[in-house]
Design a binder for this molecule. Sequence first.
Ligand code: AMP
Ligand code: TRP
Length: 342
Amino acid sequence: MTETQFTPRVFSGIQPSGGLTLGNYLGAMKRFVDMQGPEFETIYCMVDLHAITVWQDPAALSHNTRELCAGYIAAGIDPEQSILFNQSQVPEHAQLAWIFNCVARMGWMQRMTQWKDKAGKNTQNASLGLFAYPALMAADILIYHATHVPVGEDQKQHLELTRDIAIKFNNDFGVDFFPVTEPVIEGAATRVMSLRDGSKKMSKSDPSDMSRINMTDDADTIARKIRKAKTDPDALPSEVKGLEERPEARNLVNIYAALSEQTVDQVLTEAGGKQFGAFKPMLAELAVSKLSPISSEMARLMGEEAEIDRILARGAERAREIAAPILQQTYAIVGMVGAGKS
Ligand code: AMP
Ligand code: TRP
């Protein structure tokens, strides 16, 4: 463990690899907004270098990066208070990632479940970037000496690897330089599931659009998707225990709890005994009331491309002010001549 006191600093990122889903919003973005405040410095990123570990059409990547930026702001990230930028514009991420490629071991990467899922059977044909992805993610976090990283449940293993990289670097070089970061995986919606299959994560890459709620869906679409969501024939229980073995029911209750900022217990106190015929309209109404203002603000911001680009450029400048000296110190620790002068 490190002895150094690090500035409380939050870092997190989302890939601009498609539209934003309700899973991204509840599992990540809404929690990023909640962490803004006097307690932490907050840094949020569109991780475009991560996105290209699988093929991205260039025009779509640009569009999705701007749309993600609009999503962050519409959800409540204040670009004055937080630092908001796209990863490729802060070259220190890729530079530190190279150092970490030389610290991390092949065996560590091979164990990553996301690698196994995304590479599929034909690992020989996956990009080298997809394999090295977790080292870049560690660099994203540690280039700011970030101490807290809010993410959804699916990123837990990557954050453990980030800790392993920090510890190995500190040990190898006999320093106390990188913090051992705390994952922040909290709340009712750290794993929002598909509306069609309660055993699968809600994902922007699912072939069925009915499986997810997109942040750009209109009110009718949101209501229709919730109405058609898979459920079971039983009424809602009045206690959490009654949701065990009922993944679809649990998912809808979790979504309700996260959107209404209540605990699952509180929701069940109110909704226990109701059939889905009654609960689904309540959920649809709540979802529309929370998501519609965000999607209309996103659409408005997307009409102001120059403003988005200005915000991203300013964010990158501010991010570099923190990242550049940490990279130089890292280079100096590793023994690179000329380092440490920034
Ligand atoms: P990604 O879209 O893969 O870049 O994910 C960005 C953030 O959203 C990460 O913190 C993920 O853990 C989170 N996330 C993505 N999908 C879900 C989901 N279905 N439920 C909860 N969090 C999610
Ligand atoms: N790997 C994350 C995801 O797919 C995105 C990500 C990249 C990230 N770098 C990060 C999240 C750093 C938190 C911190 O969801």
